[in-house]
Design a protein around this ligand. Structure first.
Ligand SMILES: [Zn+2]
Length: 261
């Protein structure tokens, strides 16, 4: 057996009763993994995106441990019950830290249908600074009032950490996990993806600014508040986040349509 064959991922897909909603959301979820890989958000075979199955809300999709995100396809995603039981495949494993806090969020927050956690290098860099994230440009304004912080407690494998992650998220959609990485949540994949895109971009900008070593021009508080109100209005549209996500789905198809298999 050659090295590649040995390393090949075992996908013991089980026959089970897959809903129509699951068939559709599998493809959309696979696109999210490929796009995250394209943007270099994830760390090799680690990190997680979880997506609740719309017509089976106590089940969600998650990447099995061992696959790079460029290798993920719709049929390779594991279907997992909220209690952690894999129902779709035999012989696959889930990362314990990821399973723990993603399933914990989905269980506690029924309106949230997607969680994304990545170790994007710009995010890890900002998460290792004392001051944390600064919001200093128009694009990052979508993050204003949305970003909580969470202390590093070691690998997040214990269920007891979940309540603290939920507390630190509060009403926001983003978490800067100190000395660790980034987490976003959303009612849809589109929403969680939009927040992650903005969050990684803001961290990149901050690194560039810090490297310049020049004094930073901060946005006055009253302008921050005016802009926040404008964004609150934008969010009332059902197309908020969705238009950008539609573009990203087309991009995923152009990059490699094989993700949908
Ligand atoms: Zn992590």
């Amino acid at each position: 057996m050659n090295v590649i064959a040995q390393a090949q991922f075992k996908t013991g897909a089980r026959r089970y009763d897959m809903t129509e909603g699951e068939r559709k959301i599998r493809i959309e979820a696979a696109a999210a993994f490929r796009l995250a890989y394209h943007y270099r958000w994830n760390l090799q075979i680690n990190n997680h995106i979880c997506v609740r199955i719309p017509d089976r809300p106590d089940h969600f999709l998650m990447n099995p441990y061992g696959l790079g995100w460029d290798e993920i396809t719709a049929s390779k995603l594991a279907t997992v019950r909220l209690d952690g039981e894999i129902v779709s495949h035999d012989g696959v494993e889930l990362g314990p830290a990821g399973l723990n806090f993603h399933s914990g969020i989905l269980e506690a927050r029924p309106e949230i249908n997607c969680t994304m956690h990545v170790h994007a290098r710009p995010g890890v860099a900002v998460a290792a600074t004392k001051q944390g994230l600064i919001i200093v440009d128009q694009s990052s304004m979508h993050l204003y009032g949305e970003v909580g912080t969470h202390n590093f407690e070691g690998f997040a494998e214990g269920e007891d950490e979940v309540p603290r992650i939920l507390r630190d998220l509060g009403d926001g959609h983003c978490l800067l996990m100190w000395n660790h990485g980034l987490l976003t949540i959303g009612r849809t994949i589109a929403e969680a993806f939009l927040y992650m895109r903005r969050l990684v971009d803001a961290c990149e900008l901050q690194i560039q600014l810090m490297a310049m070593g020049t004094e930073i021009r901060h946005i006055p508080k009253e302008v921050l508040e005016v802009t926040r109100k404008q964004i609150v209005e934008k969010r009332k549209s059902p197309r908020y986040a969705q238009t950008e996500w539609d573009y990203h789905c087309r991009l995923a198809e152009r990059l490699d349509p094989g993700f949908a298999q």
